[in-house]
Write a protein that binds this ligand. Sequence first.
Ligand code: SF4
Ligand code: SF4
Length: 342
Amino acid sequence: MKKCSKENIYKVFNALSSDYSVYVPVKEENRTFYKKYFDGVVLAENFKTDRSAKDFFFPQSEDLMKFKTQGKSIEIIDEREESEDFIIFGVPACDEASLRILDRVFLAEPVDTYYQNKREHGVIITTACSRPEASCFCSTFDIDMARPQGDIRTYKIGDYFYFEGLTDKGNKVLDKVNALLEDVDQGEVEKEIENIQKVKEKLPLKDLSVKDFGADKTQEFFDRKEWAELSNACLGCGTCTFVCPTCQCYDIKDFNTGKGVQRYRCWDSCMYSDFTKMAHGNSRNSQMERFRQRFMHKLVYFPTNNDGVFSCVGCGRCVSKCPISMNIVKVIKTLSKGGENE
Ligand code: SF4
Ligand code: SF4
């Protein structure tokens, strides 16, 4: 493990910028987001971004291919390009865990090569959360905010950043800036981990449990009468799906540019009334059915098809962003059999 002072972190970013595009969390006008680093960019105090690191691998809109027509002939132009090498600094444990959930979707056969390309070129530098928000509940899904995964894990302790390489990709990055790093006393990090555990114990949602949910529970939850009341005020705005680091639904559209056709994909939402609409109509006609789909997918269907893994990482974004204050926490509490979540 190595460390560098908070002043020198900018030298580290500068040094890495010659080989990588480096993205860091910044705060501007009450919005925290990843910005490409250049000299003068200042790190946010709190690294939790409004939108997650998902956007780097599965962007909101992405060109797939072009079609050029001439008379009766059609030329298909493959627009895939090798991604640049890039680094995302300051990713919290929940958002890193969300990428491993997305891997189960996009890297399963048939592999989504657009996503795969970016995953291969991206280096994830995580940061332990010493100041989680009241809406955070990553521990519900056994995610350790004090020991995030990724290619490199970092800790902000006092006036220093501590770095620990976890993969070959991460160690290669650390080797490039070794001259800027100092050796550390491992005890300081252990103390910080203990501090974070204490902070975690004070979180309002620390005891939220999903033990009643999981694989093969469709029969148990599908017809529960509580869905009607839970979904009653849902606006179908899709905000919860768009801020969610694990939501992965998209639509593919063709756009006539006048010179040909541009095919692109863009995020879609199971909360929208025209989601998966087909010639015969829509398979989920009411907002209750659409609402139920979102939460059943996260808490039952996804674990059923993915070794019991839930499709939520407890980032809390849907908790803080839903305009009617409805969210997965309320769904879990309402549908749980009682006991721990009451
Ligand atoms: S649950 Fe909330 S954020 Fe999600 S679609 Fe309904 S109103 Fe919008
Ligand atoms: S469902 Fe809500 S808490 Fe869970 S990962 Fe998505 S946005 Fe975060």
